[in-house]
Ligand binder design. Sequence first.
Ligand SMILES: [Mn+2]
Length: 127
Amino acid sequence: MNSEQIVRLIEKNDSIVIFRHVKPDYDAIGSQLGMAEIIRKNWPSKKVFCAGTEDLPADGLVSPMDKLDDKQISCSLAVILDVSNRARVDDQRYAMAADSLRIDHHPFTEKSLPMKQSTPRRLRPAN
Ligand SMILES: [Mn+2]
């Protein structure tokens, strides 16, 4: 998936929920909040939410994530960041989303992952 395909998916969906991995570190949180801001600035009419539990770093620098009901997720694009396998997505309801894409810098670990995938080419495993 290239950047134009990512933009097309964002443009196609009025609601976007951004997910990241459990026990988030700052590359997960930074990419999540940064992506939310990029979408809000470029598509101000879209609803943008950040999903995840309250298991945030104890330094208090990060505000709580958005509260989301199943209905909202099911009519949204799930943007999944910094996660290489399904089990580590913080909030498994990502699977309910109408559409999904994943942007990650980790090696791709699950071929059956039902997400469109965007991994920098240099990190893709050789087939
Ligand atoms: Mn991370």
